[in-house]
Design a protein around this ligand. Structure first.
Ligand code: ZN
Length: 450
């Protein structure tokens, strides 16, 4: 039985209305962890504050960038119908040649201005124009031997034993398991050689179960890099009371596996990521482990996506460079959710990012042809260009509404175990998890030029 075509992982209708008001956020705080080899967080506590110390409220890092906007250019809107009623010129009369020439010159000048504006965005200044302007990034092409080497870096036993199993506990927001998994994610990243800058976006919000503490984990490889490829998942599990047999909800596909995949990707590519960081690559990697994706009660705008809403709002204001917010530094936001069951169908939801979705389609096909995928019956088993599936409300929405280009990698239809006590390790399909990881390793190597 398929879930409704339009709805969130929690069954909500998808609302694309921009600028919606959200819930009842309370004070937020950024806490910083110092990984062994990493620098201190710039957005963390004020100088002198140690790890775990909340910065004072009203801190300067939340500088407003209200004048910088994304979204469709105003020119596009003006193009239609602007100018008001026509003057009383005789109809169907050809304008004089001089006027045509002037018009042509004006158009050329406007075109040159646009080109220069975009050029500075792509080359030396802040991203400008519509979000699509950031999609000009070119992936590298990989040889077959490079693809084979990259695929061999994926270590399924490590993914399963070291990353997935510790996260398969009850971890709804504010619970002991939630704190334990969050610390586990921080510790796992902090041991890597690449030296991730790890921050906590901690805050409280009102929920149907009272005021709850949340914390997103934000890991950035090279915080100085101009742009960021973002990989995101949610680490909280949905709150369900124990069932009659005393079972708890573990959310293996929702979303322990996506989180384990992110940790495995960072680990498999550790040496390459360190090298890219040392070389000062233009685009870096950022990992988001979001809290509070799930609704406590009925999914609604105010009861869902707690962590993503808080982080998107913060990053829209937080400075990345003098003229760029952290949100504008995101060249692509890739969200993984509801993965781990056998042979998922993953479709693209956004025409804007179709070219990046096509890279995934191409990589799956290539890995299949090279015989690198297990239990993979057809060249295109997972990533499908057609049919187009309706948008699914998920953690990407607050970022999408603020103009970030999104790739939403979610199984549609949802896994049959979705939001049941059956969403367990036993109902996962290890070869699928390994295959997805191999595809994503190649995708990252292409995107980040590893
Ligand atoms: Zn869920």
């Amino acid at each position: 039985m398929a879930p409704p075509p339009v709805g969130g992982p929690c069954g909500s209708p998808c609302s694309q209305a921009a600028g919606a008001l959200y819930g009842t956020r309370r004070a937020g705080a950024w806490l910083a962890f110092a990984p062994p080899l990493g620098p201190w967080a710039r957005l963390g506590p004020s100088p002198g504050a140690g790890p775990g110390c909340a910065p004072p409220r009203g801190r300067g890092s939340l500088s407003s960038l209200g004048t910088m906007r994304k979204g469709p250019g105003a020119g596009a809107r003006r193009g239609r119908g602007g100018g008001g009623p026509e003057p009383s010129a005789p109809p169907r009369r050809a304008p004089p040649r001089l006027l045509l020439l002037l018009l042509l010159l004006l158009l050329l000048a406007a075109g040159a201005g646009l080109y220069l504006g975009w050029g500075s965005g792509a080359g030396g200044g802040q991203p400008r124009g519509p979000p699509g302007a950031q999609l000009g990034h070119k992936p590298r092409s990989l040889s077959s031997s490079q693809v084979k080497r990259l695929a061999s870096l994926v270590d399924l036993p490590r993914l399963w034993g070291s990353f997935l199993k510790p996260m398969l506990i009850e971890r709804y927001p504010g619970s002991p398991g939630n704190r334990k998994v969050r610390q586990f994610i921080v510790d796992s990243l902090a041991t890597l050689a690449a030296g991730w800058r790890i921050e906590l976006d901690a805050f409280e919000d009102r929920t149907p179960r009272g005021v709850v503490s949340f914390a997103n984990v934000v890991a950035t490889l090279d915080s100085a890099a101009r742009r960021r490829l973002v990989l995101a998942c949610h680490y909280d599990s949905k709150y369900f009371p124990r069932d009659r047999q005393g079972r708890i909800f573990l959310g293996a596909t929702d979303s322990a596996v996506p989180c384990a995949i992110l940790l495995e990707l960072a680990t498999a590519l550790d040496a390459s990521l360190l090298k890219a960081k040392e070389q000062g690559s233009e685009v870096t990697l950022q990992l988001l482990f979001l809290d509070g994706e799930e609704a406590f009660g009925e999914w609604s705008e105010s009861d869902s996506l707690y962590g993503a809403r808080h982080l998107a709002e913060h990053m829209a204001k937080a400075q990345h460079r003098p003229d760029t917010s952290q949100l504008q530094a995101m060249s692509l936001f890739v969200l993984l959710d509801l993965l781990g069951a056998r042979n998922p169908t993953i479709q693209n939801h956004f025409p804007l990012t179709a070219s990046w979705f096509d890279r995934l389609v191409g990589i799956e096909k290539r890995l299949h042809q090279l015989g690198l995928l297990q239990s993979h019956p057809r060249e295109q088993t997972y990533f499908q260009r057609e049919p187009v599936y309706g948008a699914v409300e998920d953690d990407h929405v607050p970022f999408l509404r603020k103009g970030v280009p999104v790739l939403h990698l979610i199984a549609t239809p949802f896994p049959w175990v979705w939001h049941t006590m059956e969403d367990t390790e036993q109902n996962l399909h290890p070869p699928t998890v390994e295959n997805l990881c191999k595809i994503l390793v190649a995708f990252l190597a292409e995107y980040l030029w590893l």
